[in-house]
Design a protein around this ligand. Structure first.
Ligand code: SF4
Length: 72
């Protein structure tokens, strides 16, 4: 799964870090970054994207580029 954090939208709530701590961490500016895209299960990563209050996380299927989150 390809994970993208829109750093202009992220406000450092760290919900994603709670949901998938091996995938996301906050950097020195308190903005989320991806440390290991395969660190947690797809379920946890999807939950992280869902609960992000600013909808800063988007997910795509590896290879096909199909949008997994957000979906229109
Ligand atoms: S949950 Fe969203 S706003 Fe909060 S740190 Fe993660 S990406 Fe940023």
């Amino acid at each position: 799964m390809k994970i993208t954090v829109d750093r202009t939208k992220c406000e450092g709530y760290a919900k994603c870090v709670q949901a998938a701590p091996k995938v996301f961490q906050l950097d020195a500016k308190m903005i989320a970054e991806v440390i290991n895209p395969k660190g947690d299960s797809d379920e946890k990563i999807t939950l992280a994207a869902r609960i992000c209050p600013t909808k800063a996380i988007s997910l795509e299927e590896e290879g096909t580029g199909k949008k997994l989150f957000p979906t229109e």
